[in-house]
Ligand binder design. Structure first.
Ligand SMILES: Cc1cc2nc3c(=O)[nH]c(=O)nc-3n(C[C@H](O)[C@H](O)[C@H](O)COP(=O)(O)OP(=O)(O)OC[C@H]3O[C@@H](n4cnc5c(N)ncnc54)[C@H](O)[C@@H]3O)c2cc1C
Ligand SMILES: NC(=O)c1ccc[n+]([C@@H]2O[C@H](COP(=O)([O-])OP(=O)(O)OC[C@H]3O[C@@H](n4cnc5c(N)ncnc54)[C@H](OP(=O)(O)O)[C@@H]3O)[C@@H](O)[C@H]2O)c1
Length: 257
């Protein structure tokens, strides 16, 4: 393993050098460690989304994964203990949660909870969303403000894409100090509470200045399965539905558990 970044006690990023692995922004790979003695399978593996963009610049840069330690989990507490130089196994890239699977629209809404922001951080640093969508809104819901990760990437995307990029952070378990959030980033609306509440009340769309409806929006959802379900329910009330190749819609999802 090439490196580790600690965001909080339970939230960290792992950097892994494996230049042979090619992927599309939004995909995941399995990370694995040897299984405990006596296990049926030789390895314990779980999927994790790439944070880095494909074709890293410089190309020698490692792959990066943002991981939360699930306290009772099998693999994530062991990943949390890894340090630079430790062995870790990585499988091939896989998955359909990619821009190419989403129909073009005036506005793409990327909605994430927790580590579900990872695939969006990768996509935002490719050209594809900017060629396919007029504007992109990144909505990120976390429990605590310190979990609003990767401010440097968000600032870089905003500087590169100007008024075409919006970032809407949500903090649910403490009052959000918008001034502090924006000292690191640049002049974004901040929300206290859950994404679902601000979607139901219309507060989110009002702050961003775009409506979420069938004509204007495509929505990608990633992270907590309850959030993914509830947002689909709220958008369903507006006549929006899951996108399938044979039955086009407006919602594309990746539930993490
Ligand atoms: C496509 C895909 C991409 C993923 N990408 C990421 C990623 O980038 N970063 C990341 O941290 N995780 C990601 N996950 C989740 C990850 O694969 C593991 O499920 C997670 O790390 C827990 O593994 P574990 O072995 O520690 O827990 P397990 O022993 O497998 O799970 C224990 C229980 O914890 C719950 N659980 C699992 N994951 C979570 C979670 N993240 N938060 C809360 N409860 C959970 C489930 O109820 C599960 O039954 C992804 C999952 C999928 C399907
Ligand atoms: N983050 C921590 O401080 C912490 C500490 C210890 C352990 N963990 C463990 O880490 C794992 C992941 O935690 P996490 O904090 O990254 O992810 P999470 O529990 O999914 O929370 C991330 C954000 O999603 C919100 N959310 C949850 N359900 C939702 C729903 N139905 N609709 C809309 N929003 C919803 C949460 O709001 P709410 O706050 O209102 O739930 C929070 O703002 C869990 O297993 C957890 O036990 C986390």
């Amino acid at each position: 393993m090439a490196g580790r970044v600690a965001w909080t006690e339970r939230l960290f990023s792992l950097q892994i050098e494996e230049p042979e692995i090619r992927f599309i922004a939004g995909q995941f790979a399995s990370l694995a460690l040897p299984a405990p003695e006596g296990s049926v399978e030789p390895m314990v593996a779980r999927p994790y989304s790439f944070v880095n963009a494909p074709g890293n610049v410089p190309s020698s840069a490692p792959h990066e994964f943002l991981i939360t330690e699930v306290p009772q989990g099998t693999l994530s507490p062991r990943l949390a203990c890894l340090r630079e130089g430790d062995d870790i196994w990585i499988g091939s890239a896989y998955g359909f949660f990619v821009c190419d699977e989403v129909p073009a629209a005036p506005v793409l809404w990327m909605m994430a909870t927790g580590t579900g922001i990872a695939p969006f951080l990768s996509m935002l640093r490719t050209d594809e969303p900017w060629q396919k969508f007029g504007r992109v809104v990144l909505v990120h819901g976390v429990r605590w403000a310190e979990e609003l990760v990767y401010p440097d990437i968000i600032v870089a995307v905003q500087r590169e894409r100007g008024g075409r990029f919006f970032y809407a952070p949500f903090v649910s378990r403490e009052a959000v100090d918008c001034g502090a959030v924006n000292r690191e980033r640049e002049n974004h609306p901040c929300f206290s509470g859950r994404i679902t509440a601000a979607l139901a009340s219309g507060k989110l769309e009002k702050a961003v200045g775009h409506v979420i409806d069938k004509e204007m929006a495509q929505v990608m959802l990633c992270g907590n399965p309850a959030m993914v379900e509830e947002v689909q329910g709220l958008l369903g009330e507006r006549g929006m539905r899951r996108h399938r190749k044979r039955a086009p819609g407006q919602i594309t999802v990746e539930a993490y558990w």
